[in-house]
Design a protein around this ligand. Structure first.
Ligand code: E4P
Ligand code: PEP
Ligand code: MN
Length: 458
């Protein structure tokens, strides 16, 4: 079960891209020793269950909704942002269940999405008239976003602090879900405070209310008829995911478990490898190949057919169902040119294709604010769907950077957020997220379109 020559630390023999510039290796070792001694965040049972659901998504029987912050922060480890994130993911999943007539697998980018790869390792700003250069912000697992030498110093103590905040986040999510917060019979409970205010257009609000009423009526009818699948359709589960970037952290939480072969990364259900760290001979691919978790790999427009074939060969040599996810993030302009050859290269191997329409569509405004346009995000999704449907492959999910809060980070959407409006509430420490309304609107547009395509095929 454990691949040849692999052990949780075997990645150390390979070059690790994006490794934080820690100054005190002994302090890193102390932090990882602490992590290795603590109880894990998730269990192998949950991981195997997710893998079986992903296997069904590969076959076109389910759809995956993966979303959350670009960079989680310990400052936002508070009840409202966490509950609002669950609510928007629940609302979106309801729209998708209704539109696609398929169960949706909900996977948060949360409870550990604290490590960020960066384009530049250093950042220069003018402070009090002087040029100051400091390390970039690499996520709260490494340093802090504030622009002082102390905050930007990679501090190994953040590895343990990040783990504790991931545990608090997950504990709250589990309590909410187990306590009935996410019960599909009562979708009105998930309304965000501002749903009834101006945040949703009247048209979308009416459509959402009609749909949740229909769904709720339908469920009660199915229950009355003793429909067996109702339990399956209404059971709400959340799984966690994050970029498995910081290998000292990830490997400290990778363990053998009683009664199952192999090693599990018990820091999350679904770790993924980022676009910047997927080198075939690099440390991340080496580490991931030995995990029993399902694993994701981000694929950008420069990915070659050969990369795809070798990633499949290295990460899923036995073609295990539900094991390998390719998260394509081409950018609206590149999808049609670059995606078809990757689908062809994967051939008949078992892969779950998910579209991340965020990371290929980032640009900066003239005043230097990072943003994404709603239209480009939608276009990326639509083109990706079209390429899949022409190739006869199933687009099995979507991956968004989003928040349940009313931020102003991406432009466009029904409310017509303009570049001038971005500064009103731009809160992300890294990439721009869809706000509540933009997220729900996208779910509606996607569900309508996929339903139309389904009808067209049927
Ligand atoms: O989330 C993805 C990356 O960490 C992010 O896009 C990097 O942003 P940068 O190009 O500003 O470094
Ligand atoms: C770093 C990320 O994306 P990518 O690796 O696709 O650039 C991310 O999803 O936050
Ligand atoms: Mn991002």
């Amino acid at each position: 079960m454990t691949p040849q020559d692999w052990f949780p630390q075997s990645w150390r023999t390979r070059p690790a891209a994006q490794a934080p510039p820690y100054e005190d290796e002994a302090a890193v070792q102390r932090a990882t020793d602490t992590l290795a001694s603590l109880p894990p965040l998730v269990t192998s049972w949950e991981i195997e269950r997710l893998k079986s659901l992903l296997a069904e998504a590969q076959e076109g029987k389910r759809f995956v909704l993966q979303g959350g912050d670009c960079a989680e922060t310990v400052a936002d480890c508070r009840p409202e942002p966490i509950a609002d994130k669950l609510k928007i993911l629940l609302q979106m999943s309801l729209v998708l269940v209704h539109g696609l007539r398929r169960p949706v697998v909900r996977i948060g980018r949360f409870a550990g999405q604290y490590a960020k790869p960066r384009s530049q390792y250093i950042e220069t700003r003018i402070v009090d008239g002087k040029e100051v250069t400091l390390p970039s912000y690499f996520g709260d697992l490494v340093n802090r976003v504030g622009f002082t030498a102390e905050e930007r110093r990679p501090d190994p103590a953040n590895l343990v602090a990040g783990f504790h905040h991931a545990a608090l986040t997950l504990n709250f999510i589990r309590a909410l879900v187990d306590g009935g917060f996410a019960d599909l019979h009562h979708p009105h409970q998930w309304d965000l405070a501002f749903t009834r205010e101006a945040a949703l257009s009247a048209e979308l609000r009416a459509e959402y209310e009609r749909m949740s009423q229909n769904l709720s009526d339908g469920m009660h009818l199915m229950e009355a008829l003793g429909e067996a699948r109702i339990e399956e359709l209404t059971r709400v589960e959340f799984f966690t995911s994050h970029e498995g970037l910081n290998l000292p952290y990830e490997s400290a939480l990778t363990r053998e478990v009683p009664r199952r072969p192999g090693h599990y990364n018990l820091s999350t259900h679904l770790p993924w490898i980022g676009e910047r760290t997927r080198a075939l001979d690099g440390a991340h691919v080496e580490f991931f190949r030995g995990l029993r978790n399902p694993v994701g790999v981000k694929l950008g427009p420069k990915t070659t057919a050969d990369d795809v074939r070798q990633l499949i060969e290295t990460l899923n040599p036995e073609d295990e169902p539900g094991r390998l996810i390719f998260i394509t993030r081409m950018g609206a302009k590149h999808v049609e040119n670059e995606l078809p050859r990757l689908l062809e290269a994967a051939g008949r191997h078992r892969v779950l294709w998910i579209c991340d329409p965020m990371h290929g569509n980032t640009h900066s405004t003239a005043s230097g604010i990072k943003t994404r346009s709603f239209d480009a995000i939608l276009e990326d999704l639509e083109r990706t769907q079209d390429v899949h449907s022409r190739a006869g492959t199933w687009l099995g999910g979507v991956h968004f950077e989003l928040t349940g809060q009313d931020v102003t980070e991406c432009v466009g959407g029904a409310a017509g957020l303009s570049e001038e409006g971005l500064e009103a509430n731009y809160a992300s420490p890294c990439d721009p997220r869809l706000n509540y309304q933009q997220s729900l609107e996208l779910a509606f547009l996607l569900a309508r379109r996929m339903r139309g395509q389904d009808r067209g095929q049927g």
